[in-house]
Ligand binder design. Structure first.
Ligand code: MLT
Ligand code: MN
Ligand code: ZN
Length: 321
């Protein structure tokens, strides 16, 4: 099994189009290009202090296969596909390496890329929970819109913890887990949470038995999440905010981290403290907001992450668990 990160930033990307915070200004001035190799993520003096990042998405596939499952369809998907040759297998006049799409929530940064896939020569296979599919038929009716283009085949994800396969991947199994996070602002569930508004994914390589737990939007590590984390070898978790009041302090927004469904990294009960219990695993933060000080390789917060042995995902990062 192989995972490739297409986009490692939270909604808005990095730098964000209208943001003049210190990070975005620095990224605009110096970083132009995203990191695309392992060395680029290291904080060597030779490397820039920050790397640009596109919005949250990754692909899962098998070594040597031409077919991939796209996990979340970001508004940056066309740029991401251009940066990812494995998604262009060119087996026919019109072709794509994206065999299916799995959506983990109905947030703008995770679903609006679907519209960019409308030229697909076959209906798009979309795997999502019932609440996510409902949001995409009502508040943000992307599925209805797509029915006038390529169409979709919807697969409703159960939350019963049972492993399921997504064709044509043969040796990968997925398990969906309801998370405590937040439905999008436009959803009737924003302040009325329902199981399945947001999910975490356990992704298992059935040949090696190795397992990844992926949760780009995670508000709380409840006992079920903790159990999933213990069962995994690699954790790819919500890296949105360093602290609860980051957006307020930087005068970017009035929303605290937890009100948006994101567990911040610092402070009592924060992600760093909680990840201390999982030091035997590879731990990677992903879905990083442009305001987060960890994005600067020369920041004390970045040094703290490194001291804890925690990695920061970057666009182009490959993970073979
Ligand atoms: C979130 O996860 O909270 C989103 O990134 C917000 C957004 O896309 O606007
Ligand atoms: Mn998001
Ligand atoms: Zn910014």
């Amino acid at each position: 099994m192989k995972i490739k990160v297409l986009g490692s930033a939270a909604g808005g990307g990095f730098p964000q189009w209208n943001c003049n915070c210190g990070n975005c200004t620095l990224a605009r001035r110096t970083a132009g290009q995203p990191a695309v190799s392992a060395h680029a993520a290291s904080p060597d003096a030779a490397n820039p202090t920050v790397h640009a990042r596109t919005q949250s998405s990754l692909i899962v596939g098998e070594e040597g296969s031409a077919d991939w499952v796209l996990i979340n369809a970001s508004p940056d998907i066309l740029t991401q596909i251009r940066a990812t040759p494995e998604l262009q297998p060119a087996r026919g006049r019109r072709d794509s390496g994206i065999a299916a799409v799995l959506l983990m929530d109905a947030q703008i940064d995770h679903v609006t890329g679907l519209l960019m896939l409308r030229e697909s020569s076959r209906p798009l296979n979309i795997h999502a929970t019932a609440p996510v599919l409902a949001d995409l038929r009502t508040g943000l009716p992307l599925l209805t819109v797509l029915s006038h283009y390529c169409g979709t085949v919807e697969h409703t994800l159960a939350l019963d913890g049972q492993p399921f396969a997504i064709a044509p991947l043969k040796h990968v199994r997925f398990q969906a887990l309801a998370l405590s996070s937040k439905a999008p602002p436009y959803s009737p569930h924003r302040h009325d949470p329902h199981p399945g508004d947001n999910i975490g994914l356990l992704i298992t390589d059935t040949r090696s038995g190795r397992r990844v737990f992926y949760a780009p939007g995670l508000g709380e590590i409840d006992p079920a999440v903790a159990q999933a984390m213990r069962s995994a070898d690699v954790l790819m978790l919500d890296g949105t905010f360093w602290d609860e009041d980051e957006m307020i302090r930087l005068e970017l927004s009035s929303k605290p981290a937890r009100s948006m469904g994101h567990l911040p990294q610092s402070g009592a009960g924060g992600m760093l403290e909680r990840l201390g219990d999982y030091a035997d695993k590879r731990r990677i933060l992903i879905h990083i907001n442009n305001s987060n000080p960890v994005l600067r390789h020369d920041s004390p917060e970045h040094a703290q992450l490194r001291a804890h042995g925690i990695e920061l995902a970057y666009d182009g990062m490959e993970i073979v668990p």
